[in-house]
Design a protein around this ligand. Structure first.
Ligand code: KIV
Length: 299
């Protein structure tokens, strides 16, 4: 992949040129692409400083941040709110926003209008779930100059239709359908495809056959890139650990320990210290008759 769009370039060189959708498209078969989710300004800064290529403002925000049971609960207004917060971090990484459920299912006009809301909020591309049935929408978005990332395999917005969060494409016919869908999305102009929870062999086949980068999550190591939910990789979310998550931190445990230490200090009256306090000037203290012995000035 071009230097412009590599994560390593972001971290170790002064290259701050923004990563673009065409640069991601050109990354097919090169250095693996790195994508993580972020939902607000601080997590976008963390992701960008970590040198990722793509920040996904995923509709997983519903479960990871907003406390819902599934992604179906999140609205376009919710997504625009979080995309705005990520955009204000001014990341170098490409910001991709998930089109939430029902924002692209009713009509192509509706889909373009809703995608435009996310672009105006700060995204440079959108992601949508589904295969050949989405081709008219992908065509309309591409026609409106909005880069589109596809999403195949386990598509959480179809959770009720799929009957649960399960690995997809395990039978020959399902794998063949997935491959056909991947071809159709690439032909329609998607610049990259997320493959979620599919057998490694199926992801390898799709990656070998389609001309656009595949970005896997639970799809094995042969994809053109990988994506993880930031809160999972940081260990900030620790309730469920899917097989495909690797933890690179224990931020929730570290944060809880920090809060407990703060609570101990407050209860022991060791926080704040005098040095962490503001003081009157000597003149004002004298004029007010303030007794400094009760609060000795140490700094
Ligand atoms: O919303 C999300 O976090 C996603 C990733 C799992 C790809 O779509």
């Amino acid at each position: 992949m071009a230097q412009q769009a590599t994560g390593r370039a972001g971290r170790h060189t002064p290259d701050r040129r923004p990563v673009t959708a065409p640069a991601i498209r050109a990354g097919k078969g090169g250095t693996p692409l790195v994508m993580v989710t972020a939902y607000d300004t601080p997590t976008a800064r963390i992701a960008d400083e970590g040198g990722v290529d793509v920040i996904l403002v995923g509709d997983s925000v519903a479960m990871v941040v907003l406390g819902y049971e599934d992604t179906l609960q999140v609205t376009l207004a919710d997504m625009a709110h979080h995309v705005g917060a990520v955009g204000r971090a001014r990341p170098r990484a490409l910001v991709v926003a998930d089109l939430p459920w029902l924002s692209y299912h009713l009509s192509t006009d509706d889909a373009v209008r809703n995608a435009a809301t996310l672009i105006r909020a700060g995204a440079a591309a959108v992601k949508l779930e589904g295969g050949r049935e989405r081709i008219p929408v992908v065509n309309a978005l591409v026609h409106a100059q909005i880069p589109v990332m596809g999403h195949l395999g386990l598509t959480p917005q179809s959770i009720h239709a799929l009957g649960g969060y399960r690995v997809q494409g395990q039978q020959a016919d399902a794998a063949a359908t997935l491959l056909d869908d991947a071809h159709a999305l690439a032909d329609a102009g998607c610049f990259a495809l997320v493959l979620e929870c599919v057998p490694r062999e199926v992801a390898r086949l799709v990656t070998a056959e389609v001309p656009v980068p595949t970005i896997g999550i639970g799809a094995g190591p042969d994809c053109d890139g990988q994506v993880l939910v930031l809160h999972d990789l940081l260990g900030l979310e620790d309730r469920i650990v899917p097989r495909f998550v690797r933890r690179y931190g224990s931020v929730k445990a570290d944060a809880a320990a920090a809060v407990a230490a703060y609570a101990d200090d407050v209860r022991a009256r060791t926080f704040p210290s005098d040095a962490e306090s503001y003081h009157l000037s000597d003149d004002v203290a004298l004029a007010l008759g303030v007794d400094r012995s009760a609060a000795p000035r140490t700094a």
